[in-house]
Ligand binder design. Structure first.
Ligand code: ATP
Ligand code: MG
Length: 392
């Protein structure tokens, strides 16, 4: 294909947003320029429910640019196109030149046309018919197949004419930042990065909170969480990652509370700390990677006990998913290879042999009573919160 001089981006759901639409579109443009900025200079503009991205420097790697745009929520399709004047002669010349640069021998094609500019003298079927004829006459080895073509030649008549044969899937969803911000409890596992990605997909910006149990969890475990936050941030934009020291609290729980409640009490304290960090940072909810029944701390009873520790909404987008389904998303977003690297998590060290799977809130609250100075320890942990700014 002749080198694309422009990329057409189509957005879906945000077109439905009525009066809020300009806000959604502005955010989408801003998010796009944020991911494209490191790759070079681009002109990014919107006109009639379409975004036009034009590279302004020859040195720009358009494959990388497309990859970056595929991570921007709110975009449905990405079409690298060649533009030309809006007359049939130029369109035919450009289309034929494009096809001649492709391997067309023995292949089939179909032309699809869309006429956004209703002043254009030919209607869509007429454009298809004329262009189909011109292609057959000028490009050897190509045959028409209207049902299952190898090459779909698409022509859109707008301010100019745009010709393209490739369409990449966008990430869908809504532009990040159009639905507020939430705090992701990010561990080094498979589930929590997926959970963050899923909520970011709905337009929610992210902060992240990670509990670190130095020296029981290593610096490598922390590095791994930073890497995972970076992977998620390619989709969600900037993330402030709060690394909270958890060792003192954890040792106190292990020392002072009944063994079979350890994990649940730890989780409840994590949630309380995350809630306070969330409220300070204007996050409207917590996000976790929990899924019903995955482990003892994720039975419905355990989840109820965890919820009971906080008064902020807790989003668990993986709640009804099988591990395999979560793994599929993890691979799709390129987090999997990092997530499966060996690491110690503060939840996995010191796991009790017989964790409670059907706890009641009364039992847990009572078991927690044995914990001395919890409030002080929480305050201390929060005051030692290390904030790492993660950029994609
Ligand atoms: P993941 O694969 O995300 O680690 P998991 O299946 O291993 O999840 P748990 O270890 O029980 O499950 O953790 C459940 C959820 O609690 C995680 O998805 C994450 O949201 C949160 N969580 C667990 N450990 C930590 C941690 N050290 N720091 C922050 N959040 C954590
Ligand atoms: Mg985990």
């Amino acid at each position: 294909m002749k080198k694309a001089d422009i990329v057409l981006l189509k957005y879906g759901e945000i077109a439905l947003k009525g009066l809020n639409r300009p806000m959604f579109e502005q955010r989408l443009l801003k998010n796009l320029s944020y991911v494209l900025e490191p790759l070079g200079k681009f002109s990014i503009r919107k006109s009639q429910s379409m975004i036009y991205v034009e590279p302004l420097e020859d040195t720009i790697d358009m494959d990388l640019a497309i990859e970056a745009m595929q991570k921007v929520f709110g975009i449905v399709n990405i079409c690298p196109a060649v533009s030309c004047e809006k007359d049939m002669e130029s369109i035919a010349k450009t289309t034929i030149a494009c096809l001649k640069e492709m391997d067309t021998e023995g292949k089939t094609f179909k032309v699809e046309a869309k006429r956004e500019d209703k002043q254009f003298p030919l209607n869509s079927p007429q454009i298809c018919q004329q262009m189909g004829g011109a292609i057959l006459r000028n490009v050897k080895g190509l045959k028409v197949d209207v049902h299952n073509p190898d090459i779909l030649v698409q022509i859109e008549i707008r301010k100019k004419a745009y010709i393209f044969t490739q369409k990449f899937a966008g990430a869908g969803g809504m532009p990040v930042g159009t639905n507020g911000k939430a705090a992701l409890l990010l561990s080094g596992g498979i589930d929590s990065p997926v959970a963050g990605w899923m909520i970011a997909k709905r337009g929610v910006a992210l902060d992240a909170v990670h509990f670190h149990s130095h020296p029981y969890t290593s610096d490598r475990a922390k590095e791994k969480v930073i890497d995972l936050a970076k992977i998620v941030s390619a989709y969600s934009g900037k993330i402030n990652l709060h690394v909270v020291p958890f060792t003192e609290i954890q040792l106190a729980i292990i020392d002072q509370c009944p063994k079979n409640y350890l994990t649940l009490i730890m989780r409840r304290v994590m949630m309380q700390i995350a809630e306070r960090i969330a409220r300070k940072n204007n996050d409207k909810a917590l996000i976790t990677g929990e899924s019903i029944g995955q482990v003892a701390s994720q039975t419905m009873e355990s989840l109820a006990v965890t919820d009971h520790a906080v008064s902020i909404p807790v989003f668990r987008p993986c709640i009804g998913m099988d591990k395999e389904e979560i793994v599929q998303i993890s691979k799709k977003i390129d987090a999997y290879e990092t997530s499966i690297l060996p690491y110690e998590d503060c939840c996995t060290i010191f796991v009790p042999k017989h964790p409670k799977t059907r706890p009641t809130i009364e039992e847990i609250v009572e078991a927690e009573q044995s914990l001395k100075n919890l409030e002080e320890m929480i305050e201390t942990a929060i005051s030692q919160d290390e904030v790492i700014v993660i950029q994609p």
